[in-house]
Design a protein around this ligand. Structure first.
Ligand SMILES: [Mn+2]
Length: 269
């Protein structure tokens, strides 16, 4: 696979240390994209969930090693802790293994726009912990994420390519969930307006987006638990929402073909 050079990569809500973490997909994404800046916008390692049970795989290790290697090789890596890794908030301003921890950060794009980076949990009106669990119900959300594993398997058996998120479908269909997304976006943008920036890049609600809101840009990185999304800044400063849809690495690798390009889509903003 050809590596694609972008200016910056923004990732949030990876939730390393949990069963839901889609580390294989993230690794594929990281193998495809390389960047001068790498921003980790919170809930990267899920200490909160790990205090109950730990699910740490060798692929998750590889993800961590890949990030550390990039930092060592000159990629500017900045981690903004979220609520699931808020233990790291004690260390803001400190650099660990070339990764700098910051509570917030302002990133300037190649075309001169200034974006405030924050995780976003402080703007969450529902809960300071796991919002989708609160919105859709603890059992319901976790069941949806697990059911999706089976659904993906069935889809592959039927020869349907790409990845589809059942939890994502529920979020779009359940009215309280949709309202929750809007309330969060409003609240974040209200905060941004007072800061005099051109936009915000956040995470937390596991709902990726690039939207213009009254002259400011609202951007959410999404997550690597069920939607597998990231934001990339191209060399000219253009920001793109990437939804990573290629097959899981554990599947047999198909023979190279003419349309071997990664199956990813850019969502409309
Ligand atoms: Mn969060």
């Amino acid at each position: 696979m050809q590596e694609q050079q972008v200016r910056a990569i923004f990732l949030s809500d990876i939730h390393l240390g949990t069963r839901g973490c889609q580390a294989e997909r993230l690794l594929e994404f990281l193998r495809h994209y390389d960047s001068a800046y790498l921003y980790l916008v919170g809930d990267i390692i899920d200490f909160w969930s790990m205090s109950r049970s730990i699910h740490w795989t060798s692929v998750q290790n590889t993800v961590v090693q890949k990030v550390l290697r990039r930092a060592r090789k000159g990629t500017r890596v900045i981690l903004v802790p979220g609520n699931h890794d808020e233990a790291l908030r004690e260390y803001v301003g400190i650099t660990f293994g070339d990764i700098r921890l910051e509570h917030e950060w302002v990133h300037e794009t190649a075309d001169g726009r200034r974006f405030l980076l924050l995780h976003g949990d402080e703007y969450d009106q529902v809960t300071r912990h796991h919002r989708w669990v609160a919105v859709l119900g603890d059992v319901a959300y976790n069941t949806l994420v697990r059911l999706n594993g089976w659904l993906s398997w069935i889809r592959r058996r039927l020869g349907i390519s790409g990845y589809w998120s059942l939890a994502g479908y529920a979020k779009r269909k359940v009215k309280t969930a949709v309202n929750f997304i809007f309330d969060f976006e409003d609240s974040v943008m209200h905060g941004a307006r007072e800061r005099g920036v051109d936009g915000v890049i956040c995470g937390h609600i596991h709902w990726a987006a690039i939207r213009e809101v009254d002259g400011l840009t609202y951007i959410n990185c999404g997550d690597w638990v069920d939607s597998c999304t990231a934001i990339v800044e191209h060399l000219d400063g253009r920001l793109e929402l990437v939804e990573w849809r290629s097959a899981p690495a554990s599947q047999p690798i198909p023979l190279p073909s003419a349309n071997d390009a990664p199956d990813r889509v850019a969502l409309p903003s």
